[in-house]
Design a protein around this ligand. Structure first.
Ligand SMILES: [Zn+2]
Ligand SMILES: [Zn+2]
Length: 290
């Protein structure tokens, strides 16, 4: 059986619910619908995903990203009655290999209630629109707005970087007049304001593109069939570090191999890196370049 046959056998003609208030079906649908043969991809509108945590700091996320996405998918399935639901969860943090650069991590979790299978995929990219600063004058605010990819990306203003009360958070601002009015209010009350790019998908086209890229990669992963039972999604279960240094041969922190595992039958296989590299540059070696 080919990979596309196996995928279609599982998903063809089904309706996929997207547990998102932020238009993510626009990024997920075009990648997933043709590859899986879905009948329709639609948002589960009645879902309040903000209660699982919000970027703008009114509510901290309590779960790990993968678990948060799964919780959203389960809630989406409960509200919609659909047996196939996808949710995503994004996080922004310093890139593990390049700490000065911020990266966007997107987890996609596809929940299939026909047999309770959970397909999860993690996508990491350095291409993200994420920036913020504290401003105590209109000049600082205007300088930020001029440098930021605004107004294509909306802005958020709030009293401080962390823990702002919900009624003092201004989100989704796409007009300079709105931004300056919100700033004037916050400045009068607090003497300063935190301004940042809105990270919600429908307000941040760079993030929407990342979600689309994550979905395309997810389709490729779903199409990897278990060598033993042919179930879709022979998924990466473990990343093994230790790629040897080209100069001294010592193991580095870079990826050496991946262990893939089938959730359906438990089959496991270790595979070398997909890009075929067998040595690491000495610049990334702790021994040669401490
Ligand atoms: Zn299997
Ligand atoms: Zn070395």
């Amino acid at each position: 059986m080919s990979a596309s046959e196996a995928l279609r056998r599982r998903f063809v003609g089904r309706m996929l619910g997207v547990a998102s208030m932020h238009g993510k079906e626009r990024a997920l649908g075009p990648a997933l619908a043709p590859a899986l043969g879905l009948r329709e991809v639609r948002a589960i509108a009645q879902l309040d995903t903000d209660r699982f945590g919000a970027f703008s700091g009114e509510r901290a996320r309590e779960l790990e990203p993968r678990e948060a996405a799964l919780a959203k998918a389960r809630e989406g399935a409960r509200l919609s009655g659909l047996d196939l639901v996808i949710a995503s969860e994004g996080s922004f943090f310093p890139h593990p290999a390049a700490p000065l650069a911020t990266c966007d991590e997107e987890w996609l979790v596809l929940l299939d209630l026909r047999d309770e299978r959970v397909h999860a995929h993690r996508y990491l990219t350095l291409d993200c629109a994420h920036a913020g600063r504290s401003c105590s004058s209109l000049e600082q605010l205007r300088e930020f707005c001029a440098r930021a990819p605004f107004p294509e990306h909306a802005l958020v203003l709030r009293p401080s970087q962390r823990g702002s009360p919900a009624d003092e958070v201004f989100k989704g601002l796409t007009q300079l007049e709105q931004v300056e009015a919100a700033f004037a209010q916050l400045l009068a009350r607090h003497g300063a304001a935190w301004v940042e790019l809105d990270l919600r998908a429908h307000m941040n086209p760079t993030r929407m593109r990342a979600i689309a890229a994550a979905a395309a990669e997810f389709v490729d992963e779903l199409a990897r069939l278990c060598p033993q039972c042919s179930a879709p999604h022979f998924a990466v279960a473990l990343n093994v570090p230790g790629l040897p240094c080209a100069q001294c041969g010592e193991p580095t922190a870079s990826l050496l191999a991946q262990v893939r595992r089938c959730e359906a039958c438990g089959c496991e296989r270790r595979e070398p890196r997909a890009d075929g590299r067998s040595e690491e540059d000495p610049g990334a070696c702790e021994a040669c370049n401490p």
